[in-house]
Write a protein that binds this ligand. Structure first.
Ligand SMILES: Nc1nc2c(ncn2[C@@H]2O[C@H](COP(=O)(O)OP(=O)(O)OP(=O)(O)O)[C@@H](O)[C@H]2O)c(=O)[nH]1
Ligand SMILES: [Mg+2]
Length: 448
């Protein structure tokens, strides 16, 4: 994996462990680093961030223990619970003909093919309530949230997808979560196959991230069939026969996907969640320090304006301007306690340059302005007016630099050397073609 850790930390860790550190360990360091940073914040701010700290700790232990979560997702009565039961080969989740059989999400550990198949991962299957659970809007919302946090989604339909299901799939695609479409109740649609279901997915953005191999037909709890039995003596009778459960293609597809990409999917998903929390933390910091930040910018702006207004030398004015802007940036960095980084630093330098250029222009124009106002015989006014103009331009420039510094610190918080965005970008750069994640890279990059 790319050198995402600063070289000194990476070398120290590698020497300590005698082996190169993995992407997953990088991600763990990243999460621990965010927690440690929050612990340096003032106590009232830390108290405000308790939920975020709890969520980060859970992510850290999920990643450490290698817990890979697979959630079912879909409308009521498609057989979500039945598919999970079939994977377990026993009845673990309640199944029933009435809509809304599953009311609460529930997760259970699953071993897809012997314990040796995935030594460093523990698989959790999560059953969720239906998305269109009429009496439980809250439950449907809950299903959405679980699916968003899961590492892999099984989107379960029964037979060909409906228009509503295709809409839900489209919305899900934007989350960048890997997903498999499970066409359950295949026993009721003997002529259906993966290619036919794929042809129904006409949306081009969906076709980009899905292939017919991502569509798996299952019969998790096939309905009994009435069979006509004929005896040699001519008598006929009818019997009910239950066709065999068909779940093997799904089990094998899951095993293969997790073996090939499970660790990367888990790491990437954890980092995406850490990134969201990190952004949330940055917003809290901004709100918490809003007053002090404003006061600090005002003080520097006024000081700079006063010095420039009374200083007669052009080059000294520009020097004062640069010094004041840099001091302001340093003070805001200390105030926000957020790390500095290279991401979008050019925008900040651009703003400083703009502030100095406008000041320089006013300085160059000053003799012309003075002469012009002198012609008008305005006494002291030329000196006062050019001084005021210089002060006004410098005041505005400093406010802009201060604002840009706030944006740079808050928006770029996830881009520090151990920031979640930095690590996500590293992983995305190294994705191999032919992988599920490679097909999702556009959606994933959009979240950076
Ligand atoms: N014919 C047929 N019926 C199935 C199959 N799988 C599930 N069913 C039936 O479909 C109904 C709903 O199954 P569930 O597993 O409870 O569906 P669910 O999606 O979990 O439903 P909710 O929890 O209500 O959202 C039950 O009556 C199952 O027996 C299948 O493969 N073939
Ligand atoms: Mg259910």
């Amino acid at each position: 994996m790319a050198q995402s850790l600063p070289d000194n930390i990476q070398t120290a860790v590698e020497e300590a462990t005698c082996k190169p550190i993995s992407v997953r360990q990088h991600a763990c360091f990243s999460i621990q680093h965010i927690i440690q940073q929050v612990e340096t914040f003032p106590v009232p701010l830390q108290t405000e961030l308790q939920n975020q700290l709890g969520a980060l700790s859970s992510l850290n232990s999920k990643l450490n223990q290698g817990i890979f979560q697979i959630a079912t997702f879909g409308f009521v009565s498609r057989g979500k619970s039945a598919v999970l039961n079939a994977l377990f080969a026993e009845t673990i989740f309640p199944v029933g003909p009435l809509n809304g059989e599953t009311q609460w999400p529930r997760s259970v550990r699953w071993s897809p093919g012997g314990t040796s198949s995935l030594p460093d991962l523990q698989i959790e299957l999560i059953d969720t309530p239906g998305l269109d659970e009429i009496e439980g809007q809250g439950r449907a919302q809950m299903a959405q949230e679980i699916a968003q946090a899961a590492d892999l989604i099984l989107f379960i339909i029964a037979g060909p997808p409906t228009a509503l299901e295709l809409d839900a799939l489209k919305a899900l695609r934007q989350s960048g979560r890997p997903l498999l479409i499970v066409v359950n109740k295949a026993d009721l649609y003997p002529d259906l196959d993966a290619a036919k279901v794929y042809d129904r997915i006409t949306d081009s953005s969906l076709q980009q991230v899905l292939t017919p191999e991502d569509i798996l037909l299952t019969s998790a709890a096939p309905a009994p069939l009435e069979i006509r039995v004929e005896f040699p003596d001519g008598r006929t009778t009818t019997e009910w026969e239950t066709p065999p459960v068909n779940i093997e293609p799904l089990r094998l597809a899951l095993l293969q996907l997790i073996q090939q990409e499970g660790r990367t999917i888990l790491t990437l998903n954890t980092l995406l969640q850490a990134q969201r929390i990190q952004r949330d933390i940055a917003e809290h910091v901004q709100t918490y320090e809003a007053q002090s930040g404003k006061a600090c910018m005002g003080q520097y702006a006024r000081l700079k304006a006063a010095l420039i207004a009374i200083c007669p030398l052009t080059f000294l004015d520009v020097g004062i301007g640069l010094l004041a802007d840099l001091l302001l940036i340093g003070t805001l960095v200390k105030l926000y306690r957020l790390p500095t980084h290279r991401h979008q630093v050019n925008q900040l330098w651009g703003q400083i340059l703009l502030s100095l250029t406008s000041l320089g222009l006013v300085e160059i124009m000053t003799p012309t302005l003075s002469a012009w106002t002198h012609h008008l015989s305005l006494g002291f006014l030329p000196w006062v007016s050019t001084g005021l103009l210089q002060a006004g331009v410098s005041l505005y420039g400093t406010q802009r630099v201060g604002r840009q510094t706030q944006i740079y610190l808050v928006k770029g918080y996830t881009w520090g050397p151990l920031g979640a965005s930095t690590l996500i970008q590293d992983i995305l750069k190294q994705l191999q073609p032919q992988t599920v994640l490679y097909r999702l890279r556009e959606e994933l990059s959009a979240q950076l």
